[in-house]
Design a protein around this ligand. Sequence first.
Ligand code: BGC
Length: 380
Amino acid sequence: MKPAVLFGSIFAAMTMPLAAMAGQATSASFGHTADGQDVQIVTLTNSHGVRARVMSYGASLQSLWVPDRNGKLADVVLGYDTLQGYLDHRQYFGATVGRYANRIAHGKFTLDGKSYRLSLNEGPNSLHGGAKGFDMRVWKVLDVKAGAQPSVTMEYVSTDGDQGYPGTLTIKANYTLSDDNQLKISYLATTDKPTIVNLSNHTYWNLAGEGSGTVMDQALMIPGDAITPVSDAAAIPTGQMVPVAGTPYDFRMAKPIGRDIRDGSSQQLLFGHGYDMNWVLSRKEIEPHVVARAEDPQSGRVMTVWSGKPGLQFYSGNFLDGTTVGKDHHVYRQGDAFVLEPQLFPDTPNHPDFGSARLAPGQIYRNVIVYRFGIDHTGK
Ligand code: BGC
């Protein structure tokens, strides 16, 4: 064989799989809000058939199909098949939450000597940004990219005074799917006046597939050795940091989510009707590291979560009460999903010991969350 022909055939063999490997990114309308805004849904697919759908209502992860140990795909996030489901029920399914994810006591805080009052939406407190958080906004789709790492970037501009927060905040949410089955969400924000920011993602996970029942047998590991306990069912932190050793909150070694959830020796579990607590991962922002690992022993699906934020809210779907019908006519009941929200500690603006949520003009706020999916072949 002549060298040129050999080169040609090697070249053909190399380029074909490369072309087949490229990821796809497509965009379509997902319907309209009551005030007529068009909501887009972007589908990102990698060469293994892993598929993420991200909608511009709430910059939310609408679905994510990942393989089990036999290669069978399942959608591992709870949600609705249609936009109407999301418009009718504010459950933060897959959503980007902010301007301040989690709670601010009495919706009050002081910044640079000035007091602010936020919109209240959970009794006397402000939760996940207030009455109209970022989860309820239609984000602008800036960019949809196919290629080795299909991605979508969305933007939302929150005006000065929105829900009581000072400063115009410009937020970009980027979702990127890699060919090694990682979904990376990057939140970036800038402001024109000092403000407070804490953004996170509120996906409800069920590694056996949404609608498949309880996650109580799915194993979870959280490498945090303390929690920030709350004073009552309103879930405002007392300001303390309490070691998890010897409590149902000890997830330093992986254990089934349900193993200690009925252990009534912890008042904290009763306040939240299950797990609904912030874990202390670090005392300040650090380089992204593993903040949780979850595994479904039946399917072998494993999810590892990375972030650099100091806190992780783990919520065991306690208030899913069987009253809403999600995808494919599935009814979601208590404990049918878990939520892992890397973020600042709750109510940080009122606890100087917890750090700072302040963002000033010229600074860039970042929360990069990576979810890596794999398979455990050692199970079943
Ligand atoms: C909170 C829960 C709340 C849930 C709403 C979680 O982040 O910690 O208390 O019920 O969000 O879906």
